[in-house]
Design a protein around this ligand. Structure first.
Ligand SMILES: [Zn+2]
Length: 399
């Protein structure tokens, strides 16, 4: 490589490589935890865990160990090509690179809500591509059907909570239409598909054509994937590593997404969904609570209150709102004493911070929400010349 070219490569590629190797960004676990509650195909054995040992030993140390057993196809899991393709790769034969790649996410939750047997179509792909560009070769395509929040309620999630052969006829959940599968093979050459239902074919399928098409072309399937609603449309990486079962047709899977800070856009309410929950901050004098819930695809509603610990009295309370309008996000804060809410505009966003500003307001002028960890949030409240304070919140457990 000549010097000019290598310099150019360094300038244009280096920041991205740097960001990724330092893992500056956020991780999202797309895996349901395995337990007796995990959903398995009606004809497959469920997850079982038994205790070998648990407790303090006579020698004085603590010791725990368990046995578990389960079918390949249940919980968050991989379908290897051999599942529907004689001679296809078994779990241990899939090259490790195929488990890792750039992710794209297409949402069909609205359609799947109206029809639990909805089949993801070529039109859904083309509609997404019109906005985000064509799905690149080697991508991992994830489809959010909005089913993840129904987990682990079998009846809601897959249409029946019955087990055995007869239950298969009662299955009802969204999947991928065979035409879309053919399109992905012929025109897009993806590595893998994943979705938040028990099967890549819809619940009513009897021939599993989408399985036959995709696995017959060596594409992988990830089923019962979780938390897809937390992903942006693109610009993230997927790492999906299964248990390496020799000759396996499928396997339990740990699948995670990484969203590099540079790629994290937050002009959508979805990309701010990490705020949802209850955040608490306690100092010797003050107790501050801020909680958020998602009320629609474009709105988060929040509540904030500050209490004096000594006086045991609420000093101030406010209602908050984050609204997405015409591709922009606004933060509205309303205290009882004011007639109108104070608006702040989202001006900058990185993977770990969202900046809201209102230069015309006396105090504060700026709010910086820093996402430190899944259970840690810092809010920097500043006025002119950067004067202000920081509130360090901890997420209330389970919120
Ligand atoms: Zn499967």
């Amino acid at each position: 490589m000549d010097k000019v070219l290598s310099l150019l490569v360094l300038i244009f590629v280096a920041p991205f490589v740097f960001a990724e190797t330092n893992f500056d960004g956020r991780w999202i676990d797309l895996t349901h935890a395995f337990s007796e509650e995990s959903i398995y195909w009606p004809t497959a054995d469920s997850f079982k865990k038994t205790t070998v040992a648990e407790g303090d030993t006579e020698a004085g140390y603590y010791y725990s160990a368990y046995n578990f057993s389960a079918a390949e196809h249940g919980g968050t899991h991989l379908d290897a090509p051999i599942h529907f393709f004689k001679g296809g790769n078994s779990v241990d034969q899939v090259p490790v690179e195929q488990f890792i790649g750039n992710g794209v996410l297409i949402r069909i939750a609205e359609k799947a809500k109206l029809n639990r047997n909805y089949q993801f179509s070529v039109a859904d792909i083309l509609k997404w591509e019109k906005q985000h560009g064509a799905i690149e070769e080697g991508s991992i395509l994830l489809i959010d059907t909005g089913s993840s929040h129904l987990w682990p309620d079998m009846k809601k999630y897959m249409g029946t909570d019955e087990r055995g052969e007869a239950a298969v006829g009662k299955l009802k959940f969204p999947g991928i239409h065979p035409d879309a599968a053919n399109f992905l093979i012929a025109k897009r050459k993806i590595k893998a598909v994943g979705l938040d239902t028990p099967s890549i074919d819809y619940g009513g399928s009897r021939l599993f054509k989408t399985h036959q098409i995709l696995y017959g072309n060596n594409v992988l399937g990830f089923e019962n994937v979780a938390n897809l609603d937390k992903l942006p449309a693109k610009g993230f990486m997927i790492i999906a590593l299964p248990m390496k079962i020799k000759g396996g047709s499928g396997a339990p899977l740990r699948i995670v997404a990484f969203i590099p800070a540079y790629a994290d856009v937050c002009n959508t309410i979805n990309s701010l969904s990490w705020l949802v929950g209850s955040w608490h901050s306690k100092t010797p004098t003050l107790e501050i609570v801020e909680s958020w819930k998602q009320v629609s695809t474009s709105t988060l509603e929040g509540r904030g209150s500050t209490r004096s610990v000594k006086k045991d009295k609420v000093l101030s309370a406010e209602t908050l709102r984050l609204v997405e309008m015409s591709g922009e996000v606004f933060f509205l804060a309303k205290v009882a004493s004011n007639n109108m809410p104070v608006p702040f505009k989202l001006t900058k966003c990185t993977g770990s911070s969202a900046f809201f500003e209102n230069p015309k307001h006396d105090f504060p002028k700026k709010l910086e929400y820093q996402f430190i960890a899944p259970d840690k949030l810092s809010v920097l409240v500043t006025g002119s010349e950067g004067k202000g304070f920081t509130i360090d919140y901890t997420r209330l457990e389970g919120s």
